[in-house]
Design a protein around this ligand. Structure first.
Ligand SMILES: C[S@@+](CC[C@H](N)C(=O)[O-])C[C@H]1O[C@@H](n2cnc3c(N)ncnc32)[C@H](O)[C@@H]1O
Ligand code: SF4
Length: 332
């Protein structure tokens, strides 16, 4: 696929090895989660600028050639993009790729779970903030909790492991609701991950975070869970387990205890923009370069230069007004 082999893996200016790429296959979504997308949002990317599947596969292939071993398809809502299972199959077949996952809101997962599994997707992260139908409608703008629960059942049946539930928990979230989610996750064999809201775009800034380390520890103690140190070393989440090995509860705390020193990821927007940090503006217009006729080695050079300049950390606490783009635009 590349016209020159990648001699050296991607390492940024702070010595961090970058081996994880998140790809936003669309910035559109059928929900309007209050912390993610404004209800009346009009600023979506025009379809002419969306990378085609072939263009996405070409860019992803370059990253995989540079040692990226983990890819996540996300958005917006990735299952709104036509043919996403085909794109997944192309990526899953790339030599060197070890892990292909999808983040989804699961509204359409009941229809797609089997084909994603057959395409080689091994893990799913599914957004679920509440099991209360009225609260779900209020948070997401749509009355479709049943469709999401059907999607979760289909995912379990299709054999994805693990299935992680991502829940944004903020200062006003009732802890009783989080306990209910944990009981559900334990019963269903899912992993519940609690996430502090980040001030991305004006809606992200509308939420105050609460220290989820403390809440996680409280919930874990009440459920008889113990810290899972091995799992906590593998990524941004800190986990608890029931003692049988696999984690069952995790917290992701970008605001109260950030994990930038061990960041291993970058993100590709639907137009091929490479975002180097969720909480900074630094970016590389790979899609524009590609459409202007850049060769694979030109693109590899642009990727390497971008990674070398990856910012040290986000500044969400010190400069919450900094990031005007919404989470759905960057690819969460
Ligand atoms: C942007 S969504 C994209 C994938 C898919 N639509 C979904 O909801 O899982 C990915 C993740 O970002 C999270 N997210 C969105 N806005 C956020 C914010 N302001 N702060 C923290 N997490 C956020 C969502 O809860 C979700 O778990
Ligand atoms: S969190 Fe996911 S489901 Fe919710 S609005 Fe954002 S992209 Fe859509």
């Amino acid at each position: 696929m590349m016209d020159e082999p990648a001699a050296v893996a991607l390492t940024d200016g702070f010595g961090r090895r970058i081996d994880y790429l998140r790809v936003s296959v669309t910035d559109r979504c059928d929900l309007r989660c209050s912390y993610c997308l404004p209800k009346d949002f009009k600023g979506f990317e025009t379809p002419a600028n969306w990378m085609t599947h072939d263009e996405m596969a070409r860019l992803v292939g370059l990253f995989v050639g540079l040692g990226v071993a983990k890819v996540r398809l996300t958005g917006g809502e990735p299952l709104l993009r036509k043919g996403v299972a085909g794109l997944a199959a192309t990526i899953a077949a790339m030599p060197g790729l070890r892990d292909l996952s999808v983040s989804t809101n699961a509204t359409q997962l009941a229809r797609h779970a089997q084909s994603l599994r057959a395409a080689g997707v091994n893990r799913l992260n599914i957004s679920l903030d509440t099991l209360d139908a009225a609260a779900f409608s209020q948070i997401t703008g749509r009355d479709c909790l049943d469709a999401v629960l059907a999607g979760l059942a289909a995912a379990r049946q299709a054999g994805f492991t693990p299935i992680k539930l991502n829940s944004v928990v903020h200062a006003a979230t009732p802890e009783t609701e989080v306990r209910r989610l944990l009981a559900y996750a334990l019963e269903q064999g899912f992993v519940l991950r609690l996430i502090e809201p980040m001030p991305m775009g004006e809606c992200g800034r509308g939420f105050t975070h609460t220290d989820l380390n403390a809440m996680g520890a409280r919930l874990a103690a009440a459920a008889g869970l113990v810290p899972s140190l091995a799992e906590s070393r593998n990524g941004p989440a800190r986990y608890w387990t029931s003692g049988r090995g696999a984690p069952v509860l995790g917290v992701i705390t970008p605001m109260s205890r950030h994990f930038c020193a061990s960041c291993n990821r970058v993100r590709l927007g639907v137009d091929g923009t490479l975002y180097l940090c969720l909480g900074q503006e630094d970016q590389v217009p790979l899609g524009r370069l590609l459409r202007a006729g850049a060769s694979d080695s030109d693109l590899v050079q642009a990727i390497r230069a971008g990674i070398a300049a990856k910012p040290e950390r986000h500044e969400f606490n010190a400069r919450p007004e900094r990031i005007v783009r919404f989470m759905a635009q960057t690819g969460g």
